[in-house]
Structures are given as C-alpha cells and as structure tokens.
Design a protein around this ligand. Structure first.
Ligand SMILES: [Fe+2]
Ligand SMILES: [Fe+2]
Length: 248
C-alpha cells in the first residue's frame, strides 16, 4: 500500500471513530467476549488459524482480519440466539467453535471464480484434519457454500446448522458496514492502483451496491441489527466521500 493510500486509510479510521458504535457491538458484549475467548483459546480454532494464516495473506482485504471478524460475529450471533432458546452451554459453545472455523475458512478460495463453492470444497478437505464429525464438516461446508450475497441458499434440515449458515452469512455481510471504508476499500484502491480522483469516480457506484445488502440478512439477530451496521457504514462512507471531494 503506498503512502497516499495509507494516509487516506488513517483519515477514514479517524472519520469512522467519530461515528457511534452499532448496537450489535454494544448490546452483545458478553456473547462477543465468549466468542473471543473461544477464538483465542480453543485448540482446534488456534490450529486452524495457524493453518489458514499464510493462505489468507493476499486476499484483497479479505485476509485474516476479515475472516476472524466474520467468525467472531457469526459465533456471537449463535450465542445470542442459542442463549435465547436456552440451549445447553456445551452444545452452544460447540456451534460457536464451528462458526469461528467457518469464518476462518469461508474466503479461503477468494481469488477463484465462484469462490464460495470452491472454498467449500477446500474447507471440506482441510477440516478432515480436525476432530469434527462428518455431520459437522458438512454443516461448515454448507455454510461456506451459502455465504455468497444475492444467491438462494440451500436450507439445512437441522435448525442448529441452519443457524450456523445464517450467522456466517450475516457475520460476513456485517463487514459491508464500516469495515468497507476503514479496510477493504483501501486494499482495493492499492490493488487497482487508483488515484484519489479515480476513487471518487467509482465511489457513488460502490455506495449504491452496499445498500442492496440491507434486506438480505438471514438470522433473527442479523435481520434486527444488520441494517444499522450497514447504515452506519454508509454514513461513514458519505463523510469519506465528502473528504475526498474537498481534498482532491
Ligand atoms: Fe466470500
Ligand atoms: Fe468474506
């Protein structure tokens, strides 16, 4: 990333920091803390993270940071919904671990055409190294296959695995909020070697694409809290756009 893109990313972070934190990240601090604890202490999650880290290095802003955030938000949604349904703790934590693993693997084939399908196949092979049951592997694979936006997902016969699939999708699409403007955008700018003027020209088109995700959230929690995350990102995006117009 060149000095100009780095400077703009820092400015975008400053702008984002002035905007309020979306309710999902305020209200669910306890489920999020549990998701984070599992992410940093569960042996298999640690082993999978070590395995995917070198593979995720150059993924156009879809590297380890993206994948870990997707998994953490997916696991948080799982915790919120399973606690509400009074599911026993061990079953809930197991599905949260699967959510974290699905997050780490979901963009493993990001550079390939039809990356959800391709990534699902790779994930199926990778997960054989771990102590997951065949049914658990199939559920993670199915969730990854279902994570592409604007497609019709294949339903799962088991409610828990349906939740895994829906929460992976929502955790991924939550990234279309502020992460687009503090993170992904600048990797794209750097990768495509765009000047600030060229970025300005593409900006309105990019913003109109983001709002299309608003009504696609799938879990109950995602449907409730996802739109605010996107609106928060759009507000940040508008301010960055104004900053670019004023300065370039
Ligand atoms: Fe993806
Ligand atoms: Fe993703």
């Amino acid at each position: 990333m060149n000095a100009m893109t780095c400077r703009l990313q820092r400015e975008a972070e400053r702008i984002a920091a002035r905007h309020r934190t979306p309710q999902f990240y305020v209200r669910f601090r306890a489920p999020m803390a549990l998701a984070r604890r599992l992410y940093f202490t569960h042996e298999e999650v640690i082993a999978l993270r070590e395995y995917v880290t070198p593979l995720l290095q150059e993924c156009l802003g879809h590297g380890l940071l993206h994948s870990s955030r997707v998994g953490l938000d997916a696991a948080t949604i799982i915790c919120v919904e399973m606690e509400a349904a009074r599911v026993e703790r061990s079953r809930m934590e197991r599905l949260m671990v699967l959510g974290l693993m699905a997050g780490l693997l979901h963009d493993i084939s990001r550079g390939v055409e039809n990356h959800a399908e391709a990534g699902a196949d790779v994930a199926g092979r990778v997960l054989k190294r771990f102590s997951l049951t065949d049914e658990e592997i199939l559920s993670v694979v199915g969730a990854i296959r279902n994570h592409e936006a604007f497609t019709v997902p294949t339903p799962s016969p088991k409610p828990a695995f349906q939740l895994l699939s829906d929460s992976l999708y929502d955790g991924d699409k939550f990234r279309w909020g502020r992460d687009t403007f503090t993170h992904t955008l600048w990797y794209m700018m750097s990768h495509q070697d765009l000047t600030p003027r060229e970025l300005i020209e593409k900006f309105p088109w990019g913003m109109s694409g983001i709002v299309r995700i608003l009504d696609t959230f799938r879990s109950t929690t995602g449907k409730h809290f996802g739109p605010e995350i996107i609106e928060n990102g759009v507000a940040i995006g508008r301010e960055i756009y104004r900053y670019l117009l004023q300065n370039f």
